[in-house]
Structure formats: structure tokens, C-alpha cells
Design a binder for this molecule. Structure first.
Ligand code: AMP
Ligand code: ZN
Length: 114
């Protein structure tokens, strides 16, 4: 989608610190990191929110988590612990309406989240 920020990052029209990519997903550093490690894992295909997923997307969502776990291991936070999350719609604080998994690590993470 032309007006989607993350589509433009995926298409390299907007720069980002890319960490990983394959045929299904691109992972890049969050521009406003909330932890020492804050990476977004984003499907190449434009899907606005979790509410827009269907049965065909099950493997994609699983893959997003496998990629996050690989990045956590590579960045040295796997043993200490880290968090993955997806915000869905306004009340959860979603601001970019292209599905993205947050990977947060490198510090103590509070619970429950705000
Ligand atoms: P959410 O609030 O779950 O929709 O998360 C959107 C995330 O995208 C936020 O953590 C932002 O800091 C991040 N973000 C916004 N613009 C950019 C950008 N140009 N490059 C990387 N991350 C971004
Ligand atoms: Zn998009």
C-alpha cells in the first residue's frame, strides 16, 4: 500500500536499520526503542491488524515468532528473557496499521504492561 509506512520500509523507500529479512518477513529496529533491544518483525504482505488474519495466515504468524526468537538468540537476550507482543487497534496503542510483532529485551520488563 502506497501510504503505509511499513510497506514503504519493506520496499526500501524509507530507510530502516534492517536486521533480518526473508521471503515472508522483514525485521528492523524500532525508531523509538522502549528497551535496549526493540525490533519489529513485519510481514511483507500488508495486513492491517490481528483482526484481519485468516486461516491462511497461521504459518506466517508462527514464522514471525520463530524469527523473533532467532533474533533474541543472536542478540544475546534469549536466556535472560524477552517479550514479544502485537498491539491490536487503538485501545492497545496500535499506531501503525500494518501488522508487526514487537520484540523487546535487554532490561527487566514490567508486568502487567501499561
Ligand atoms: P504500534 O504502536 O504497536 O503500532 O507500534 C508502532 C511502532 O513503530 C512504534 O514502536 C514506533 O516507534 C515504530 N515506528 C514508527 N515509525 C518507524 C520508523 N520509521 N522506523 C521504525 N520504527 C518505527
Ligand atoms: Zn503496509
Amino acid at each position: 500500500m502506497n501510504d503505509c509506512l511499513f510497506c514503504q520500509i519493506i520496499e526500501e523507500k524509507i530507510p530502516a536499520e534492517r536486521i533480518y529479512e526473508d521471503e515472508h518477513v522483514v525485521a528492523f529496529s524500532d525508531i523509538n526503542p522502549q528497551a535496549p533491544l526493540h525490533v519489529l518483525v513485519v510481514p511483507r504482505h500488508h495486513i492491517p491488524t490481528l483482526n484481519d488474519l485468516g486461516p491462511d495466515n497461521e504459518s506466517l504468524v508462527g514464522h514471525m515468532h520463530v524469527v523473533a526468537a532467532q533474533i533474541a538468540a543472536e542478540r544475546g537476550v534469549a536466556q535472560a528473557g524477552y517479550r514479544t507482543l502485537l498491539n491490536c487497534n487503538a485501545q492497545a496503542g496500535q499506531t501503525v496499521f500494518h501488522l508487526h510483532l514487537h520484540l523487546l529485551g535487554g532490561r527487566e520488563l514490567g508486568w502487567p504492561p501499561g
